[in-house]
Design a protein around this ligand. Structure first.
Ligand code: SAH
Length: 242
């Protein structure tokens, strides 16, 4: 089936609004749309069900990351709390040279991501099942990623503790946030120095067509994260650092 002509046009036009030419990637997005819809009939993966919603709020919203000049070359990227693969899968489709690890704590979501990676023939897209609090202490994951991305996972004070330990020095984390980011940003200076992080900036933008406000919060890793972070599973959320 795939995307309808209307859905494909929406994706192309939205892509252009973000400065992207998505023509060559239409077959991959079309296939991903089918896989999502099919999987959603079996298990509840995502609340977004209409074609327009999926194109706008999953595909294009994920791709807003690409307005930042941070994705050149063969970087290692961690998508923390990827869910059904967002933003990681769209990012991988459009920037195939990135190596993307797609991490989620929910097994059925990782199973879907595995299926999608296989069906789309993506090389260098690595599904990973587990909790960030545990995996961030493993040498093969700690301070090795050039980029960490996360959308709709946790408040910034929690996300900073979960994400910064994965970043190599000089690496950058991008948190995709909605309209109300000010309340989350205000306390952040209390937590960042503890974690070796610094607020690099906040990029405001609007989602194509929907015109909903989005914020890309950019954190830089400027010092090693002390080994006591992240704390044990559940603690960062229950007792946030800020
Ligand atoms: N990023 C996706 C999913 C958001 S829902 C999207 O924007 O569509 C948040 C996801 O984060 C859930 O799938 C949940 O399982 C995962 N998650 C939350 N806390 C986590 C943790 N500590 N470690 C790993 N995954 C986590």
């Amino acid at each position: 089936m795939g995307l309808s002509p209307k859905g494909a046009a929406l994706l192309l036009e939205g892509g252009r609004a973000l400065g992207l030419d998505l023509e060559a990637h239409l077959p991959a997005f079309s296939r991903l749309f089918d896989l999502l819809m099919e999987a959603n009939r079996r298990v509840n993966l995502t609340a977004l069900r209409t074609e327009e919603e999926v194109v706008l709020k999953h595909f294009l919203d994920s791709l807003t990351l690409l307005v930042l000049p941070l994705w050149e070359g063969s970087l290692r990227v961690l998508d923390l709390g990827t869910g059904a693969g967002f933003p990681g899968l769209p990012l991988k489709i459009v920037r195939p040279e990135l190596e993307i690890t797609l991490l989620d704590a929910t097994k059925k979501k990782v199973a879907f991501v595995e299926e999608a990676v296989h069906a789309l023939g993506l090389k260098g897209a690595l599904p990973l099942w587990g909790r960030a609090e545990a995996l961030a202490h493993r040498p093969e994951h700690r301070e090795v990623y050039g980029r960490v991305v996360a959308r709709a996972v946790a408040p910034l004070c929690v996300l900073a503790e979960l994400g910064l330990p994965f970043l190599a020095l000089g690496g950058v984390m991008v948190a995709q946030k909605g309209p109300r980011v000010a309340e989350e940003l205000a306390p952040l200076p209390q937590a960042l120095p503890l974690l070796g992080g610094r607020l690099e900036g906040v990029r405001a933008l609007r989602l194509p067509f929907a015109l909903e406000e989005r914020h890309l919060v950019v954190l830089a890793k400027e010092a090693p994260t002390p080994p006591r972070f992240p704390r044990r599973p559940g603690v960062p959320e229950k007792h946030p650092l800020c």
